[in-house]
Design a protein around this ligand. Structure first.
Ligand code: NI
Length: 265
C-alpha cells in the first residue's frame, strides 16, 4: 500500500466517525484551491503489543521519522510526533495511555482487550484504522470513563483516527484563526471552548482550535449508545526567532484539545 493510499483510507474512515468534518472540509473546498493537513492524531495504550512504536511501524516504513516527545502528566499520557521528509504529508501525532498508572480494574480490562487482537491485524499496514477488535459493554465504557475519558474512547472505537487537523497557514482566504473560527460557527458547527476557543499564542508559535467531537451511535455488546467520537482541528503555525516555522506541539494546549472528545456536540 502506498502512503497516499493509507492517508486517503485514514480520511475516509475518519469521516465515517465524524461526518461534520467532511461538511467543514467541503466548505473550505468551495473557497480554497487546496486544503492541507497539518497532522493526524491517533491514540493507543502503552502495552508492548500496541504501543507508540508498534503503532508507528507502518508510518516509519513509509519514511516517517520519530521527532519530539511530549508528556501529559494529568491525563497520564506520553506522545511523539512523526514527520515525513515530504512536507506535503501531514505529521503523525501518536499518544499512548500509561495504563500502569491506573486501577487494577482498568488495567485488567485493557489487557483483556489486547488479548483479543489477532496479531495479524497488528502486523497489517492499516492497523492504525483497523477499528475495535474486542468486545465491550456500555457498562465497561462507563467504568473506563470514570477513570479516563481517553481510555473509554479507545475502548469504544479501538484503532481509528482521533482527529485530522487543517493547516490554516496553507489556506488563502482566512487571515487568522479567529476568522476561521467565526466562519465555522456561522455554519452552525460548535467549537471546543475548554481553555478558550484558541489554545496557544503566536509567542508559543502554535495556535489551535477544534470542533467538539461528533456524537456517533456506537454498537456495544449490550446495545447501541450515542457517544462522542472524533473532532476536527485547525492549526496556525508561527515562525520562531530563527525565522523557521515551528513544527512541534505544545503539551499544555494539546491537553485542552484532548478534552474535545470528553463531551460531544
Ligand atoms: Ni491535534
Amino acid at each position: 500500500m502506498s502512503i497516499d493510499q493509507l492517508l486517503s483510507d485514514m480520511w475516509n474512515d475518519y469521516v465515517l466517525l465524524n461526518p461534520k468534518a467532511l461538511e467543514i472540509y467541503n466548505l473550505f473546498q468551495q473557497r480554497e484551491k487546496k486544503v492541507v493537513n497539518d497532522h493526524v492524531a491517533f491514540r493507543t495504550f502503552n502495552h508492548k503489543s500496541v504501543n507508540i512504536d508498534v503503532f508507528a511501524k507502518a508510518f516509519v516504513n513509509h519514511g516517517y521519522v520519530k521527532k519530539d516527545y511530549y508528556e501529559f502528566k494529568k491525563k497520564k499520557l506520553d506522545a511523539f510526533h512523526f514527520e515525513h521528509a515530504n512536507p506535503d504529508y501531514p505529521k503523525i501525532f501518536i499518544s499512548e495511555l500509561k495504563i500502569d498508572q491506573f486501577s487494577e480494574s482498568l488495567q485488567s480490562k485493557v489487557n483483556d482487550f489486547i488479548e483479543q487482537i489477532d496479531p495479524k491485524i497488528i502486523e497489517s499496514e492499516n492497523f492504525c484504522i483497523s477499528g475495535r477488535p474486542w468486545g465491550i459493554s456500555f457498562k465497561d465504557y462507563e467504568e473506563l470513563k470514570s477513570e479516563s475519558d481517553y481510555a473509554a474512547w479507545l475502548g469504544a472505537f479501538g484503532f481509528r483516527v482521533n482527529h485530522f487537523t487543517v493547516l490554516v497557514n496553507a489556506l488563502s482566504t482566512f487571515s487568522d484563526l479567529s476568522e476561521l473560527n467565526s466562519f465555522i460557527k456561522s455554519h452552525h458547527h460548535i467549537l471546543n471552548t475548554s481553555g478558550g476557543e484558541i489554545k496557544g499564542t503566536p509567542q508559543e508559535y502554535l495556535e489551535q482550535s477544534s470542533t467538539l467531537a461528533y456524537n456517533q451511535e456506537t454498537q456495544f455488546s449490550d446495545g447501541k449508545y450515542i457517544i462522542p467520537a472524533c473532532y476536527y482541528e485547525f492549526a496556525k503555525r508561527h515562525p520562531m526567532e530563527n525565522g523557521e516555522i515551528f513544527s512541534g506541539f505544545i503539551a499544555q494546549s494539546a491537553d485542552k484539545i484532548f478534552e474535545s472528545t470528553d463531551k460531544g456536540q
